[in-house]
Design a protein. Sequence first.
Length: 407
Amino acid sequence: MTSADIYLDHNATSPVLACVRDALPSLLGTYGNPSAPYGLGQSARRAVSAARESVAFLIGASSAEQVVFTSGGTESSNLAIKGVFARLGFGVGGHVVISSVEHPAVAGPAGWLEGQGVSVTVVPVGRDGRVRAADVLSAIREDTRLVSVMHANNETGAVQPVEEIGAALRDRDVLFHVDGVQAAGKLPVSVESLGCDLYSVSGHKFGGVKGAGALYVRDRKRIGWVQQGGHQEWGLRAGTENVPGICAMGLAARAAAENLAANVRIQRACRDVFDSLTHRVPMARLNGHPEQRLPNTTNLCFLYADAMSVCMALSVQGIFIGTGSACASHRKEPSRVLRAMGLSDMAAYCSVRISTGPGTTIEQAKSAAEMTVQAVERVRLVTAPEAIGECGDDCPCFVDAAADSGS
Ligand code: PLP
């Protein structure tokens, strides 16, 4: 990266915040083992406790003791989903409800549970990338133990109706896990008002370093351990704590919470610039809900312009955007999320994700948008038919007819 480069892939990972970078030498110096009784260990323990307070503050937890540190979002969701059944006992059956646009960090452990005799219902989303709360609730059965719905989608930014689901689950004996990896630090989060039991976060999505995350656990008695070893984190996450990573996440959480309103304002303005590409580029569409969306995310389909080619054309100009979820973008498969929304394979292959962060300026957004217009034009010179017409809402290029007919 040079100072002229424009990084627009914050949903994949975020740059380390300056306040975290400046503190890193002293964080690395806090090398004692938090379990050790002498001074060095105890100062590491105190630093971890301070980080716990900051993460609790970011997500509106009523007690810091409800925050369990992990290695990141993937581990947090694995602990949440498997941990519920570790407590109940594997082999007792049971049922889990998830949405069709969950990150592999949730879909993966849910699939693993199926192998343990748990049944899983996957609730579809609409064309806007949002699941309907009523559909989630009507999927609940007598033996449902857990509902897991993400707060905001990593690809489209679509914000899910988690508050509505949480309110409806309050009086039922069904645990509610929310994958908040994309929401924490970008939206105001209150696990108390969401009414969730479990909430996953990841430090590297809001300015911390990679390898540190957290799981909010309302009541530790409701989940069991899935990793045997030491008794760190109340026995829920065995292994010596990643003290510098946890402290970096704590600092980033504090900064994200304090600057949230200002960050949202600027990111919305940048998002408007990228959204306006739907008017500037022919055959371009916004994927995902226009309003119920993260303030930093625009997912656009530029039909006939292969996303990887657009991404590479921008990359040589120092502009970095995403082509799907970070884990899947090296694969030659269309985005699972966009396919679940009913996009055709072709539309999914032609969709890019632009996600800004606290450091993005409106000037950068305007310049990147201009370059995107040119990049799409250049790619289409090679890949598009000679005349690009106008399509209606039900154009088969955009819409998967099979998904539409319900087959
Ligand atoms: N959940 C969502 C919604 C994500 O976007 C990601 C990462 O992109 C994860 C979970 C995984 O988080 P981590 O990279 O910290 O394991």
